[in-house]
Write a protein that binds this ligand. Structure first.
Ligand code: C5P
Length: 221
């Protein structure tokens, strides 16, 4: 059993993927399962933290002892994260947040019209929540962690994203095809704003979660 090294701490984790509605039955979404965020929430609770899990459309059971706030869209996720972050020691943005949302929401189901081409979907930019909470820390010393998926130049792109977002740690996942035939080798590395680089060997999402909390705990001391 681990030491409760997050006892007395409040941590906020976002998980899942946002859905941006077009009409009452359709949305723009992504394939995020929410499993990494849920693993982060479970492991933080096991280490003694009070955990707020802002969950976007994850079809997963609520982890025991975790305060779950369900949300749908990026705008709702932002509201819930900012509210919970007000007294948080750490915020981990594991959710896949849609970069864009449809500019128009049709109150009734969009219909096809005979002999007519469909209307184009106009998109608006969503707020960048990670950049916002990093720029405006609700508490001095609050630790902010982001996630990024990169297909090439993982370290260089990760470093650039870390600087752009202004967070303390960025978990960079290598995705996509590698030179070995179609093998699914997902390697992660956690980059620190202090220049640190922590490689995470291929393994369960719990293991990555524990490493993230180790790095967060060190920065909270
Ligand atoms: O820019 P990119 O989407 O690659 O960044 C990923 C990181 O930024 C994740 O931690 C994600 O939760 C966060 N993000 C955000 N708001 C957005 C887009 C991404 O907080 N609109």
């Amino acid at each position: 059993v681990r030491e409760p090294d997050l006892a007395g701490r409040h941590v906020v984790v976002s998980a899942g993927g946002t859905r941006e509605p077009l009409d009452p039955v359709r949305f723009l979404g992504n394939r995020s399962s929410g499993k990494q965020g849920y693993a982060l929430a479970r492991t933080a609770a096991a280490r003694g933290a009070r955990v707020t899990l802002v969950a976007a459309n994850a079809a997963l059971p609520d982890p025991a002892g975790v305060d779950v706030v369900p949300v749908g869209t990026a705008v709702q996720l932002r509201e819930a994260v900012l509210k919970a972050a007000a007294d948080a020691d750490a915020v981990v943005m594991a959710a896949a947040v849609a970069d864009f949302r449809p500019a128009h929401y049709a109150a009734g189901k969009i219909k096809k019209k005979d002999g007519q081409e469909p209307d184009p979907i106009v998109l608006l930019r969503n707020p960048d929540i990670l950049a916002e909470i990093s720029a405006e820390r609700a508490r001095p010393g609050q630790v902010v962690v982001g996630f990024a998926a990169e297909t090439d130049d993982v370290l260089a792109n990760g470093r650039a994203k870390l600087r752009r977002k202004g967070c303390d740690l960025l978990v960079v996942n290598e995705v996509g095809e590698r030179k070995t035939f179609g093998s699914e080798e997902n390697e992660a590395v956690v980059l620190g704003a202090d220049g640190s680089e922590t490689p995470v060997p291929h393994g369960p999402k719990e293991a990555l979660a524990e490493i993230v909390w180790d790095l967060v705990t060190r920065r909270l001391e």
